[in-house]
Design a protein around this ligand. Structure first.
Ligand code: CDP
Ligand code: MG
Length: 986
């Protein structure tokens, strides 16, 4: 090594750039030569210090990788990923062969006719679905008959209300809303046009009033029995809170004229003469069964300006529906943002704008806030909440310096402000800055009006909430601090609408939910942090992220408007004016930001034909390359066939309210009788992680989490254990709460997860795969303790989300490893994954969430065996090289002992056919019984125990050589490219 070092020209120390001069062409050329010759990095330049060393390393590894890829043949690339050996014992092989011989051949489903599916309710529905078209199903509906008796009753009931004090009081309040002036016009337009667009300032009464105008008009005309209105909301919280508000305005309880329906919760209103507020997803689901929405006379799609995928989808569908259902009335409602585009989209439908009455709002930016608070970024730097993104310092400098220069010329602020503006920390989300500003508002501003603070997400909200409520500056007798977030319990949310007692100031900390969907009347001050959480999809890395991003100008303006509801107000944007000028005008529609598998499945189950044609009809069509990635995944999962039609599996997956990957996992869990563990995993993946983020106690929480995980080496199985532990405390609320408290879990989320299990069971029961809705039913759980099988089923769902762990070098016998995706991209475990920091020896893992923030993070992973991939991944290929058999799957390659690959192939084919059969003949598989399926499945389950990876030792110092329980000595070594290779020696 030391000899090699001397061969490489070292340079004199230079300090001109952070890279030293290792950036220049000549240096790189030399480095290339060196790497090609020696196969390793050149020696590190001696003068490099600190961060520069890291940057040099990363530069060299990129160089090495590019050189390797340039020079490697296809085979070498495959071999590069060779992940170990597959061996079946002679006994296993003959056992498998005899099983296979004894089993009948199930003919593979051929997508041409599906003739070989036996007649069943499933077959009927499935064929109807894949052969039908939405257009043909619309129009076939029964028209609701008018009911004179009901008309009269509803009429009298409404008349009666006019004598009730409560109702009259509400009516007076309602009549002062700007919307009220337009009542007649709204009714008239809706009567005479199939589609009407209503826009208006937030808070003018669109959501709460328009449905009531329409309903009451029908009732007054004694046609009440002919009216049923559905109004969609983009969020659960608004569906509930609006329904409650409307019922209150009508001096009624929920369930009479007004109801709501969201996932997991429903209060139905009376059948006719009523209004129901739903999340958009609920209506889309109803359309699967009843595409013409025959139950309703009016459909109101609210908040369409948000451009969430569901309402975009619904709007597009409705265009087709109204072409056939001439009596249906569609009302689109939006905030005043770019309302015209919606009207254009509906062939210039009439557009009614409701002029609002908002008061003037003074608008301030970061520079003004600094001037007032004299806040110092550096001083509070340790308290600062990281935004989860390294600042692009250069971009920042080029933005801020010209701005400061301009401000100086105008003599607008003082030097202190300029100095602070210059700090890159000024672009971070800084809770202590918000705190200081709040102090300023509460002590210096005369008005005692409510303060509304916009923050990106739950974590920030709870951190600020804590900061404020635990401080002496904001005693509880003087300040009422209310967090507002879509996932908070509804009771807590209602508080925001109440007027606090005299002398108490209301401080609301909210996500962008308070931007348009919830109006709090008494707000006078708004603090806009300038950021929000945005879900986005990166097609290059195929990863989704929920990132904190700058808001758009439209958001900023909506936020500002919230301050002027009752009197002139003030809005502080915590971004510099220069940053503000750089903001996008609008946020991108969601359809352009997310992955599309679910959308495609929904479109398929709704019989919308070729996906390309449907996407072309949307207001904005998604990127074709994202569409094809999603189509490819669905084909890989065997949810779609080559003609892009649903397969039987795809049909089930589309029926499950889950991502197709989790859906597939769930179906396999049922088929292989390890349902409950998979159910537990599915709910967490689908809903959310129940762990809370206690600000200031992160380390303690992490420790507790790991303590709870014990020696578990899979995040997914950990999720299962967690729910199991929680459920053991069955109905003992106090104990459950104590358990949650101890381990930093959210009790509410845990309860919801358990509820969701019920929902999924209902779905599976409807599909016919489980005998009842008990997650722990015996028939479905005889393998629920078989960890190898559970890992295999996880793999079935999550494939092809594979991570490879490869060694980057070694410190003594302790390897240092790195994680890569199949495309070579480097990833890391997110610190919250229990696999993080453990350096466990699993070379192959599957994951569900890959999120890009500071780096590419794997949030959850499970180690899998090659055999899991082989049986539950794609179809694999066999390959013989120099007499050695290999199995390749995706770009992975496994060495097979003689004769193994043929047997495995035969078994896999049989499994595929059987799975196809089971999926197209939904039935409860009970592996405790003796039959063909159970014989085959049991054989597979036996094989899956395979290399018994769950028995790996935990201490990474020990794992390079040890004895497996089944007598095989296994070892790992680092090959010359620095990759970890597993070897199984017979
Ligand atoms: O939909 P839009 O933003 O036009 O207004 P809205 O949500 O119908 O709100 C009209 C009025 O009802 C506002 O003054 C709200 O504060 C009030 N409201 C309420 O008090 N409680 C609710 N849950 C919803 C609205
Ligand atoms: Mg509204």
């Amino acid at each position: 090594m030391s000899k090699r070092r001397n061969e490489f020209p070292q340079r004199e120390s230079r300090q001109s750039s952070i890279f030293g001069d290792e950036d220049d062409e000549e240096y790189l050329e030399n480095a290339k030569k060196y790497i090609l010759e020696h196969g390793i990095n050149p020696p590190k330049p001696r003068h490099l210090k600190g961060r520069a060393i890291g940057m040099w390393h990363s530069k060299m590894s990129k160089l090495r990788k590019s050189l390797f890829l340039e020079n490697a043949s296809q085979e070498e690339k495959l071999f590069d990923n060779a992940m170990g050996d597959i061996s079946l014992t002679r006994a296993q092989k003959s056992e498998i062969k005899s099983v296979l011989e004894g089993l009948p051949d199930k003919a593979a489903c051929s997508s041409d006719s599906y003739n070989n599916i036996e007649d069943s309710e499933f077959k009927k529905k499935f064929l109807e679905n894949i052969n039908g078209k939405l257009e043909d199903r619309i129009g076939k509906m029964e028209v609701e008959q008018q009911n004179a008796y009901l008309d009269q009753t509803l009429f009298e009931e409404l008349e009666q209300k006019l004598t009730e004090e409560e109702y009259i009081e509400m009516l007076e309040r309602r009549s002062s809303l700007p919307c009220n002036k337009m009542k007649e016009k709204i009714i008239e337009l809706v009567e005479t046009h199939p589609v009407v667009l209503i826009s208006g300032e937030t808070g003018c009464g669109k959501t709460t009033q328009v449905p009531q105008f329409l309903l009451d008009h029908f009732i007054e005309q004694k046609r009440g029995s002919l009216c049923k209105i559905v109004c969609t909301q983009p969020r659960r919280i608004s569906a509930i809170s609006v329904a409650e508000r409307v019922a209150e305005e009508r001096a009624e309880a929920l369930g009479w004229s007004t109801g709501y329906q969201i996932r997991l919760e429903k209060v139905s209103p009376r059948n006719r003469g009523s209004m129901i507020f739903c999340t958009t997803g609920v209506v889309l689901r109803q359309m699967q069964v009843d595409p013409c929405l025959s139950e309703y006379t009016h459909i109101i799609i609210d908040e369409i300006h948000e451009r969430d995928i569901q309402s975009d989808f619904l709007i597009t569908l409705l265009k087709q529906v109204i072409a056939k259902r001439k009596d249906l009335r569609v009302i689109l409602m939006s905030a005043t943002l770019n309302a015209e585009t919606f009207s254009e989209y509906f062939d210039n439908c009439p557009h009614l704008n409701i002029p609002g009455f908002t008061y003037q709002v003074k608008e301030y930016f970061l520079e003004d806030v600094l001037l007032r608070t004299r806040y110092n970024f550096e001083e509070y730097a340790t308290l600062r909440q990281a935004r989860g993104q390294t600042l692009k310092v250069r971009e920042f400098i080029s933005l801020i310096e010209p701005h400061i220069k301009k401000l100086k010329e105008e003599n607008a602020y003082d030097q202190y402000v300029y100095d602070q503006l210059r700090s890159p920390l000024s672009e971070n989300l800084d809770l202590s800055l918000i705190y200081s500003l709040l102090l300023y508002i509460c002590h210096s501003e005369e008005d005692n009006g409510a303060v509304l603070i916009f923050l990106p997400g739950f974590a920030e909200i709870s951190a600020l909430h804590k900061l404020i409520t635990t401080s002496d500056d904001f005693p509880s007798w003087k300040y009422l601090v209310i967090p507002l977030h879509s996932q908070m319990p509804t009771i807590q949310q209602k508080e925001v609408f109440h007027k606090p007692p005299y002398g108490v100031r209301k401080i609301i900390i909210s996500t962008n939910i308070a931007e348009t969907s919830i109006t709090i009347d008494d707000v006078v001050f708004v603090i806009d942090c300038g950021m929000m959480k945005v879900k986005s999809y990166d097609k290059y890395s195929n990863s989704e992220s929920l990132e904190c991003k700058w808001v758009s100008k439209a958001n900023a303006s909506q936020r500002k408007g919230r301050a002027g509801r009752v009197k002139p107000g003030v809005c502080f944007h915590l971004i510099s004016k220069a940053r503000y000028e750089m903001l996008e005008t609008y946020t991108l529609p969601e359809i352009l930001r997310i992955r599309l598998e679910n959308v495609i499945l929904t479109a398929k189950i709704l019989q919308l034909g070729k996906i390309e044609d449907f996407f072309a009809k949307l207001m904005n069509s998604p990127d074709p390359s994202v569409v094809s990635t999603s189509l490819e995944l669905l084909k890989r999962l065997e949810a779609l066939d080559d003609n892009e039609s649903l397969t039987p599996l795809g049909y089930h997956l589309a029926k499950l309210p889950l991502s197709p990957q989790i859906g597939k996992m769930l179906l396999f869990g049922a088929l292989f009788n390890c349902l409950e563990p998979i159910l537990n995993i599915a709910v967490v993946l689908d809903y959310r992680d129940p762990f809370v983020l206690p600000v200031g106690r992160e380390k303690e929480a992490d420790k507790k989490r790991r303590e709870l995980a014990d020696r578990c080496t899979s995040d997914h199985i950990f999720m299962h254990n967690l729910i199991k532990d929680f459920e053991i405390l069955n109905d003992h609320e106090r104990e459950q709460k104590a358990f949650c408290w101890e381990f930093f879990l959210s009790w509410g989320t845990m309860k919801q997860l358990c509820q969701l299990k019920q929902e999924f069971m209902q779905n599976l029961e409807e599909l016919g795969f489980v005998p009842n809705t008990k997650p722990n039913c015996k028939q479905c759980n005889c393998n629920s303790k078989n960890i190898d099988l559970i890992r295999a089923v996880i793999c079935a769902g999550l494939y092809p989300n594979i991570v490879i762990r490869s060694a980057q070098g070694a410190q003594g016998r302790r390897p240092i490893s790195a994680l890569h995706l199949l495309n070579g991209k480097r990833v890391e475990f997110h610190p919250k994954s229990i696999l993080a920091k453990q350096n466990l020896p699993f070379p192959l893992l599957v994951y569900y969430n890959l999120v890009k923030s500071k780096s590419m993070y794997i949030h959850d992973a499970t180690p899998v065996d090659p055999l899991h991939l082989i049986f539950f991944g794609d179809n694999f290929d066999q390959l013989t090289e120099r007499g050695q058999q290999f199995i390749t799957i995706n770009s992975l390659k496994f060495r097979c002992t003689q004769g193994s690959s043929g047997v495995i192939k035969a078994l896999k084919n049989k499994l595929n056919n059987f799975l196809e059969y089971q999926i197209s003949h939904p039935n409860v598989v009970d592996l405790r019984k003796r039959n063909e399926a159970s014989t085959l499945f049991k054989t597979i389950i036996e094989v899956l125990k395979g290399n018994g990876m769950s028995n790996y030792p935990y201490n990474s110092n020990e794992w390079s050589n040890y004895i497996e329980p089944n007598g095989l000595i296994q070892g790992t070594y680092v090959n010359q490219d620095g990759y970890l290779v597993l070897s199984y020696i017979a």
